[in-house]
Structure formats: structure tokens, C-alpha cells
Design a protein. Structure first.
Length: 169
């Protein structure tokens, strides 16, 4: 493996990580940057463009109190300016409910085709495969004991603490 392939693999991994950051922070602008403008995105309900997918995805995730998408086990095959990647994902969703919150954990895989355009890797096609899920009453604690001292909480753009952190010198 030569240095340019290593650089491409790192850039592809960054694109996949930025996707997770974008959906967890509900950052529509960042989410649009990880896809090519002509991408086809299919979460299981049919292939759609980014323009058709992103508003509904951000609205659905934004209605949840929080989400956290964790990716791992990425297999990448690069061929020139095109690549395929299969990436495992476990995503936590805390969903508000009238009585209590629900915790939905979903395990699956992203099957991506990426294109390198203008020196940047972006997702040109995404197929999501759900492998498993678990739904239960949320058990997250936010107060009591150690949790009383952990007051910095994740949120959505622009209120998430990472926004100010990235902007400072």
C-alpha cells in the first residue's frame, strides 16, 4: 500500500465519521457536504437524492432528544477515484414519549460507494442494512452522584459544546 492509498483511506474514514457527526448534531449543511450532489441514498425506503433525504432525516432525528452513531469495522476497496466501503454502525436514539423516554439501539451497516471529486471523497451511493435493534425504556441518568458534576451535555447545532470548541483558536 503506497502513501496515496493510505491518504485516500484516511480521507474516506473522515467522510464516514463526518456523516455521524452531522446526523448526531442535526447539522444539515455538514450532512450535505458528505454526499455528492447527485448521490442516491437508500435507508430501506427507496433511493432518494440528498435534497430529498436530508430535510426529513434532520427533522426525524431532531425530534429525538439525542442520538449517537458509532461506526467501526470498515472495509474499503479503492479503484482510482471510486471506492466501496462497508461500515458497521451501532446507533443509540433517545426518543421522547408522553410518560417516559424510549431508548432505541440499532445495529447495521452502511454500504457506500464513494467518489473522489475535486480532491475530496464523498458518498455517491449509500445503502443501509439493518442487522438488529433493541427498544426499551430509557435508562439514562443525568443526575445523582457523579452525574451531578457532569453538566456539559451534547446537543444539536448550534447549541452543542463542540460548535464553540471547533471555532476557538
Amino acid at each position: 500500500m503506497d502513501a496515496s492509498e493510505v491518504a485516500d483511506r484516511l480521507a474516506i474514514a473522515e467522510t464516514l465519521a463526518l456523516y455521524c457527526r452531522a446526523v448526531d448534531r442535526c447539522d444539515a449543511a455538514l450532512l450535505a457536504e458528505v454526499f455528492t450532489p447527485d448521490a442516491r441514498i437508500d435507508y430501506g425506503d427507496g433511493a432518494k437524492s440528498p435534497a430529498e433525504t436530508i430535510p426529513g432525516l434532520i427533522a426525524a432525528l431532531g425530534a429525538m432528544r439525542l442520538t449517537q452513531h458509532n461506526i467501526s469495522n470498515t472495509v474499503i476497496r479503492i479503484s482510482g477515484t471510486s471506492a466501496k466501503a462497508e461500515t458497521s454502525c451501532v446507533a443509540l436514539h433517545i426518543i421522547p414519549a408522553p410518560e417516559d423516554e424510549t431508548e432505541l439501539v440499532v445495529g447495521g451497516r452502511y454500504l457506500d460507494r464513494l467518489d473522489k471529486r475535486e480532491g475530496r471523497w464523498r458518498i455517491a451511493e449509500r445503502l443501509y442494512v439493518m442487522d438488529w435493534n433493541r427498544t426499551q425504556a430509557a435508562a439514562m441518568q443525568t443526575s445523582g452522584g457523579l452525574f451531578d458534576t457532569l453538566q456539559r451535555r451534547g446537543g444539536r447545532v448550534p447549541d452543542d459544546p463542540s460548535v464553540a470548541w471547533w471555532e476557538r483558536d
